[in-house]
Each structure stands twice: as C-alpha cells, then as structure tokens.
Design a protein around this ligand. Structure first.
Ligand SMILES: *Cc1c(COP(=O)(O)O)cnc(C)c1O
Length: 357
C-alpha cells in the first residue's frame, strides 16, 4: 500500500522524481552506469552537480555575491561550523525559538561569548518573539535564528533588523515560500525535509564572510575549503545531489518557489481551518506564528492521541507521532506532500472524531 508520509524528515519526494530516478537507476543518460556508482570527478556527475548548484541559486534568487556550498554532516554540523567560521570578535547573539535553535546556541557556546537575545521558552516555544523589540549587543559577529521550528510548529513571518550579518537555520522551510536570501549573511539547511533525500546539507554564504575562520576550525568545516573547490574537495553525497537536481527541475517546471508557496499555504490552511473549527482537535501555537510546514495538534487526551496515531497508520497515514517534547501528533506537510495527502488526513480526522467523541 502506498502511504502518505507525514514524517518530519526524511520526507516525501515527488512521485515523478522517484519514477525518473528509477528509470535512470541502472543506466544514467546513456552513460552505461548508475549515478550510485560513478566517479564524482567524471564529466557526467560534474554536469549533475553544476546543474544542482545553479538551479538552487536560481530557484532562491540568490545573487552572485554568495557561494553555494553542498556539504555533508547535516544541519547539526552547521551548529559548530557557523561559529567556527564566523566568530572574529568572539561574540554572537541567538534567538532561541525551539529545540534546534537551543542546540545551535549550546554548540556555539563552546567557541565564544554567546548570548540569548530573545527566547520563547517561557511558553514552550509556541510563539516567535516580537522581532521589533529585540535589542542585540554591539560588536557581535552575527545573529542566529531558526526560520521554521520543526518540533513546535512556528515560523518567522518577519526578520529581525540587525547590523550584524543574519544567519539562519532554514532546514525545515527552505524553498517552501519566497524569502529574500540576499538579506542573510549565511543560510543553511539539512536537505532531507524540503529539497532532497538525507545526506546533503546546503549553505549559501556571502562571499565576504568566507576565508577568516577561527584557528581551531577543522579544514573540513572551513567554508573556504568547499568554496575553493566548487563544493568538491572530497567525495560529495552524489546520489542525494542527483535527486536534489531532479527536485529542483520539478520545482522549476511547477513555477518555482512562488508557486509551491501557494500550494503550501493552501495545504496548511485546509488543515488549520479544520483544526480551528473542531472542538476535538487543538493546535496551541500562536496563530500569527504558525508554521506552514509542521502542524502539531492534540486530541482531548493522551490515550486518544495514541489511538489516533495507530489508526491513522492503519489507514495509510504514517509518521504522525509528535516529537516527545510536544507530544500528541505532528503532520509535516513539506513541499512534496501532495494536497491529496492533506485532504486524506482531514477525512481521517473527521471520521476519528465522530467515533471517539
Ligand atoms: C531537522 C532539523 C535539524 C537537524 O538536521 P540534521 O540534518 O539531522 O542535522 C536542524 N534544524 C532544524 C530547524 C531542523 O528542522
């Protein structure tokens, strides 16, 4: 049975892309071999790699002032790489809006004087602090934010104004809505939520920020190592990059980020409207800060939540269990979750409510 997969990541890929990858699996484009096998230094892979890099910046409207880097190690490795590369005065401010933001902050503390400029921990991260009322310290190297909070289901709708470069973990909402990346000094994302299978980590960094890391920065975490080698100082995650390229082509054909944004907003609205009009399901996020990617919700009690998750899976709606920090359910409805998947979830929620009220 084909299921709808609401996993927070790795996540659903477009069926068209999977079929194309299957078609090419044994013999990519007449090369006589699979992308899984070929040298990353060969001409065939080189074309895949360069097309993926250029479609990435084209889809996001990133100017030539930035390096696009394809890395490994996940977004989590960037929690270290960012301070190791960007700390010069040794000071940075973080806005802590969830578990990953908190992890990023804690890692950075190993490398300098790191300060929490604002946090939404007081209400279990159910809102985004008012960005206009945050005061940042003087003489900081950067400000770090997490644009979408995967576990708690919030997102920024406006950016804080800072003199220092703005750095963002965009793992769970990159390419899901139009954002002006040129306002950031650096963005990074684990690709396994919105743009590719697991293994690839993407970074866009202003060129002027590259090349002056801390002395202790390992070579393989130094952005310059990758910038100087077109992201190939060593073997990249070739197959993930290939699927990313197919996904980028798919997105481009669809009309780009502004089109997928409309679809994403439509999917999210269907689900939130249904939850808000129900007296059985609840989402406790501040409505103005709701994520359009990750939608946490609960039924009236914990036992019913467990029953919901089990019966949903039996009905082909899988990976709906919420993160242990929040409990209940979470529907991750990233770029490639079809509208039909969200409609199927809502139909199931209606039925479940009638049977369990
Ligand atoms: C998933 C996620 C991470 C962790 O990503 P890895 O690639 O598994 O290290 C970090 N930040 C955010 C916002 C995420 O959603």
């Amino acid at each position: 049975m084909k299921v709808y997969n609401f996993s927070a990541g790795p996540s659903t890929l477009p069926k068209e892309v999977l079929i194309e990858a299957q078609k090419d699996l044994l013999d990519y484009n007449g090369s006589g071999m699979s992308v899984l096998e070929m040298s990353h230094r060969g001409k065939v892979f080189d074309e895949i790699h360069n097309e993926a890099l250029s479609l990435f910046s084209e889809l996001l409207g990133i100017s030539d002032d930035y390096y696009i880097l394809f890395l490994q190690g996940g977004a989590s490795q960037q929690f270290d790489a960012v301070p190791l590369n960007l700390l010069k005065k040794g000071r940075a401010d973080y806005i802590v809006t969830g578990n990953f933001a908190s992890k990023a902050y804690r890692q950075a503390q190993k490398y300098g004087d790191i300060h929490i400029a604002a946090s939404s921990k007081d209400k279990n991260y159910t809102y985004i602090p008012d960005v206009d009322n945050i005061t940042f310290r003087e003489d900081i190297d950067y400000v770090h934010i997490t644009t979408n909070n995967t576990i708690f289901g919030t997102k920024y709708n406006r950016l804080p104004k800072t003199k220092a470069p703005l750095v963002a973990d965009m793992s769970s909402n990159i390419m899901s809505e139009v954002m002006d990346i040129n306002k950031f000094g650096l963005i990074y994302a684990g690709a396994q939520k919105n743009i590719a299978p697991a293994g690839l980590t993407v970074v866009a960094i202003k060129k002027e920020l590259v090349g002056d890391p801390m002395d202790i920065c390992p070579t393989m975490l130094n952005y310059k190592t990758f910038a100087d080698a077109n992201s190939m100082p060593n073997t990249p995650c070739c197959f993930a990059i290939y699927i990313a390229m197919l996904n980028f082509r798919y997105l481009k054909k669809l009309g780009g980020v502004k089109e997928i944004q409309k679809i994403n907003e439509y999917k999210a609205k269907l689900l939130y409207d249904f939850i808000d009009n129900s007296d059985f399901y609840t989402n406790s996020v501040n409505p103005a800060d709701r994520s359009i990617m990750n939608v946490p919700f609960v039924t009236p009690d914990k036992d019913t939540d467990i029953k919901f998750i089990k019966e949903a899976a039996e009905n082909g709606l899988v990976s709906l269990k919420g993160h242990r920090l929040v409990g209940g359910m979470r529907a991750s409805i990233y770029n490639f979750m079809p509208v039909e998947g969200v409609k199927a979830l809502i139909d199931f929620m209606k039925k479940f409510e009638m049977q369990n009220k």
